[in-house]
Design a protein. Sequence first.
Lengths: 473, 473
Amino acid sequence: MSYREVTPEILQELREIVGPENVIAGDAEKMEPYSHDEVAEKEYAAMPEAVVKPAAAEEVSRIVKLANREGIPVTPRGAGSGLSGGAVPAMGGILLSVERMNRILEIDRENLVAVLEPGVITNEFNSRVEKEGLFFAGYPMSLEMCYIGGNVAENAGGGRAIKYGVTGRYVLGLEMVLPTGEIVAFGGKRVKDVTGYNMTQLMVGSEGTLGIFTKIILKLLPLPKAKIDMMVLFEDVQAAIDVVPQIMTAMRLTPTGIEFMDRLSLETCCEYIGQDKAKYKNAGAFLIIELDGNDADTVRNECLDIGDLCLENGALDAFVAEGPSDQEKIWSVRKHAAEAFKAISPQQSLEDIVVPVSSIPRLMPVLEELSQKYNVLIPCYGHAGDGNLHATVIKRPEDTEERWKETLPRVLEELYVSVKELSGTISGEHGIGHKRKKYLPLVLSEAEMEAMKSIKRALDPNNILNPGKMFDL
Amino acid sequence: MSYREVTPEILQELREIVGPENVIAGDAEKMEPYSHDEVAEKEYAAMPEAVVKPAAAEEVSRIVKLANREGIPVTPRGAGSGLSGGAVPAMGGILLSVERMNRILEIDRENLVAVLEPGVITNEFNSRVEKEGLFFAGYPMSLEMCYIGGNVAENAGGGRAIKYGVTGRYVLGLEMVLPTGEIVAFGGKRVKDVTGYNMTQLMVGSEGTLGIFTKIILKLLPLPKAKIDMMVLFEDVQAAIDVVPQIMTAMRLTPTGIEFMDRLSLETCCEYIGQDKAKYKNAGAFLIIELDGNDADTVRNECLDIGDLCLENGALDAFVAEGPSDQEKIWSVRKHAAEAFKAISPQQSLEDIVVPVSSIPRLMPVLEELSQKYNVLIPCYGHAGDGNLHATVIKRPEDTEERWKETLPRVLEELYVSVKELSGTISGEHGIGHKRKKYLPLVLSEAEMEAMKSIKRALDPNNILNPGKMFDL
């Protein structure tokens, strides 16, 4: 498929739609920040021909109609904090940034619902609703910078999915511009809605390939009154993972989150932030278990019960943190993981595999085997309660550039095949985007891929919306 | 679109696929039960040309391939407990009953997941998992008879959506036969999965028009240890509904369910089951509030706090029920609602409207006005916490048949227009199906309808799967 260029005439039309100050073209320095997201690999960066910043649905509609008429790619973009190249203009064309559509339009306390534009920063939204005793439970780890629109487009996860699910659970309705430029709205301020197909949930996680959100209706929850974190050290991964289902079945408790780090991650992070690993009793793995609820005593008792369960099942030690400073200590190692790994080598691939929780221990030897076979580092940490692990394939500093380029795709392919064998898949929350596109056929059959492609073709007949992502048509 | 008939040759092929004992044809008496669901109106009934009962995905695939090749409609059917004509063979052809695919294939305690065939009775599944200290939270009111496959196809709701959401939240994966006969699987034993479009959630609630489920992967939750029901009486609807958001915002509590009945429903039901209405202090409305949790004392205290809040806000009285016999008393009136209304007249339309919770009081005068204007009865009860109300338009016994036939569509149209004005929609949990098809354009724009239709066309190019439902192509 060949696309048309953004000509001076088209630039002029775009300027008329959004105002000349909201179009960037011909200025490489100003456009560069829009050419990549947080993916480490440079090969997934691509420069747009024009950056356009609409302020309203009507403007988005006009831009998309123009692009659809002329056959020009349009890539919608939030904060650019993504980890799969989803917001990168892979085929050039127009980069449509929602940064000016950043209003919280309504916080409806009576219906526990909020209406937002896509460019609202997730964290700012959370602070705002927390003041009202409410919270938005579907948020990712990058919440300091990410936009709510990107969260919805990627169906962002985070560490609380066991109890609270992922972003999609909280999306009650969407106003959006379809690839043909029509403005439509699905769902609404309703916790139940079966009027026709569930277009809202089809759009959640569609990575900007089926529509551009202009208004998002989110469900809010009452903010729990009590919250406790606990760190539990284990000799090895198997021991750590074995207790996870027991918490939920034998104890009938659903923690907010269960985070996990393996030995290599722990060592790397301790070194990076200058902590003594002995503090962690030379643990081979640890869990951070978060609990929340409305009654502080109940939550504390649940926490102590879980601690006892862990110790009965071979845990080396357990620390409970109730205050913010204790919590910070517990989280410091885990929160520095991505950074610590980048310090080893910027040449790496942050993975996002997901397997059934009980299969995590069987995944660990696979990582070990791959790291030896291909002479790479593969530390692993992530959301154990969700089976979602950010194994990170890292180039050894002493390795050559050339060998790394050959090695990485082979490591990933073998990893993904193993993950599929364990009933898992290649992305739990980061998305397919540009980065994982070539691997999608490893986990989907031809008929499954074709079903998805047929939906893309039906809604975007000229393939102008975020082309080059997820799959080629 | 014209379809081909089920000829003797095709019947022969069907018999070869599923065995002759699993095909019914030419026997009106045996086919009659498959010609309708629980919709009261006879006009939505339709006889199949053949009833076919496959036992495996492979058989379903062969039946659908045959139908797709020959241009014969296939209507998938669960227990037939639906309320929108979804499982009725509107265009004749093959009625595909999943009644033989009724195995619970796996209860995976470690991953809190179950794998089922679509013909499992929801209630039997629930009893089974409860024995293991687990529960399936997405279930409808008809759980004694409905099948899990139908629940998923309709995205069934029920009374617990405020806390637990609807069926879709618990569907982690689906194996299904597409309209072309291909067997595909989306999702899996994973609480996070963003590999491609969210086909799983698109299929949930697609009313058997996009695929026939052959395997369903459901998420289970730990069974809460404590549960309390409370009945609160109010002078009128406004007072009752006003407290609903306060429970969730001021008290930061999320009840399991908040059921509601208006004065007319209460009177009708009391009369039907021979209870003295004075017992209810001549209340104009009542709420049944359900709470659950893991700590009995906490749940009881929450319940008492809610009771106090209600009494401070003008409630006439509040009764707490902790034991099963108390609970039965509280529920007796509510549970007999549908039955009591049928005793007035079998000519009625059980509606399923949904509005934002805070708009319920504004809906009540609309019902009152319509009932006077058209001389019909419209008692209203339902899931107040979800804004989902089963207003039931009932023919007055003294009214003529002819007038009723003219009146009903006008009442419904006016009701739906008002519901849309209140940011609501025409179905919260029963579906569009055959019954509400003609009203769908009242709540969806042409572009919104077209987006849905384009998906149907893309996946079912010959329009053979459950044609005549939701919309005409």
